[in-house]
Design a protein around this ligand. Structure first.
Ligand SMILES: *Cc1c(COP(=O)(O)O)cnc(C)c1O
Length: 422
């Protein structure tokens, strides 16, 4: 079957050799998924999810029981007081922009103690000028970079916190950087430090790509708001749109007023019939994330053994589903993405090309043959065309699909003479 899909016997054999050594890693991934499956089930049972929750609502969406119950389920999964989860949140950037703008007022300052935030947030914050940025509304921004070894600069952070500091934003995942992703435990230590310097500061964690990778979430270790996208991990590949914000009731209710309108808040927002996918996606998310994680671990080991730098490396613990592979040239990025695209169930016949994606400052190449446009819990690879020419590989609704994608990416590199099998 692999030969019929375009994988040569040599590439297949190399992949099987790499897999042989990964059995115990995969067992550990399954154990986390088992825990998280129980966590999700328990939240659904406690909140008495029923078929009535799946009914479509339209118009204002007053008394939308399915929407309100889903938000209670999310609050219980993340162990928070409140949750805002709905299709009106269009993507992760939107969820983050809502959380930031709802909880910062003119004169306040936002602090990122973990270096530059994800590319699209630069315009939200106003690091790159943009209409309606926080900066235009008089919200300041300060950033403390990580130390060269990737750890927190505690002295720098203490100095950066001042009378105006109101909200701290911590990005869990590396995004388009090659720094390490933080573990939930590390995030907890950073939050404890920040709150010891200035009690009462709110901390928001950008949890994109991190959900269900560990048994704990940032909300378990002191985050006031934890934020992410439903077309990544927690949507389980089924959610066709949406984002979530979970956290302290005070912060989340401000987010609801920002998202809809002051005075309306969480009371409006019809579900438009999308709730079955949001519920079922959350139900499947722990095992979908496990498949994606196996793909990431496999990719790291496949490419590391061929001499490419990979972040995280082949043996490191995982805190998100992203695997960066530094390929060293635009041609190798294209070949890699071509392989991922060729493995897709949708649009497998198209050739990915770099383009100027909204929100990003370099051209981005993206391989995505997804059921949901741009979904990156589905098998996908992307990266900005700039040194070190790293592709960020993520997703796979099933482990077997992720495996095929990685084998085909290698196949394309080998065919172009850009990688050599041992
Ligand atoms: C994907 C991502 C975002 C933005 O989410 P979109 O849904 O693409 O808008 C923000 N932060 C991180 C770390 C991400 O991975």
């Amino acid at each position: 079957m692999y030969a019929s899909l375009g994988v040569s016997p040599a590439v297949y054999r190399y992949g099987e050799d790499v897999l042989e050594a990964l059995k115990s890693r995969f067992e550990a991934v399954d154990a986390v998924a088992e825990h998280n499956q129980a966590k999700v089930l328990s939240a659904m049972q406690k909140n008495r999810v029923s078929a009535a929750c799946f009914a479509a609502t339209t118009g204002y969406g007053y008394d939308d029981m399915g929407r309100d119950t889903l938000e209670k389920v999310y609050a219980d999964v993340f162990h928070t007081e409140a949750a805002l989860v709905r299709p009106q949140i269009t993507c992760g950037t939107h969820a983050l922009a809502v959380a930031l703008s709802a909880n910062l007022l003119p004169g306040d300052e936002l602090l990122s103690p973990v270096g530059a935030p994800y590319d699209t947030l630069e315009e939200v914050i106003g690091i790159r000028p943009s209409p309606c940025s926080l900066r235009e509304y008089g919200v300041g921004y300060r950033q403390v970079d990580l130390k060269p070894d990737g750890t927190f600069d505690y002295d720098g952070i203490r100095q950066a916190i001042n009378d105006h500091t109101k909200l701290v934003t911590i990005q869990r995942s590396k995004g388009y950087a090659t720094r390490p992703t933080f573990s939930v435990q590390q995030i907890g230590e950073l939050i404890a430090f920040i709150k010891s310097v200035k009690p009462g500061l709110n901390v928001m964690v950008d949890n994109c790509y991190g959900e269900f990778v560990e048994t704990l979430e940032p909300s378990d270790v002191g985050a006031d708001m934890t934020v992410g996208s439903l077309i990544k991990n927690p949507g389980g590949g089924l959610a066709p749109i949406g984002g979530y914000i979970v956290g302290r009731a005070e912060c989340v209710s401000r987010c609801a007023f920002r998202l809809s309108a002051p005075g309306l808040g969480q009371e409006v927002g019809a579900n438009l019939g999308l709730l079955p996918a949001l519920y079922q996606g959350l139900f499947l998310a722990p095992t979908v994330v496990a498949g994606a994680l196996k793909g990431a671990i496999f990719a790291a080991n496949v490419y590391e053994k061929l001499g490419f730098r990979v972040v995280p490396d082949g043996t490191e613990a995982r805190h998100d589903i992203i695997q960066a592979v530094e390929l060293g040239s635009p041609e190798a990025m294209s070949a890699f993405c071509h392989g991922i695209q060729a493995a897709a169930p949708v649009d497998s016949y198209v050739m990915p090309e770099p383009w100027a994606m909204p929100g990003y400052d370099a051209e981005v190449i993206m391989a995505a043959g997804a059921f949901v446009q741009g979904s990156s819990i589905e098998l996908s690879a992307d990266g900005p065309i700039r040194p070190p020419y790293a592709v960020y590989f993520q997703g796979g609704l099933t482990w077997y699909h992720a495996k095929l994608g990685i084998l085909l990416s290698l196949q394309k590199l080998v065919e172009k003479g850009l990688a050599t099998l041992p």
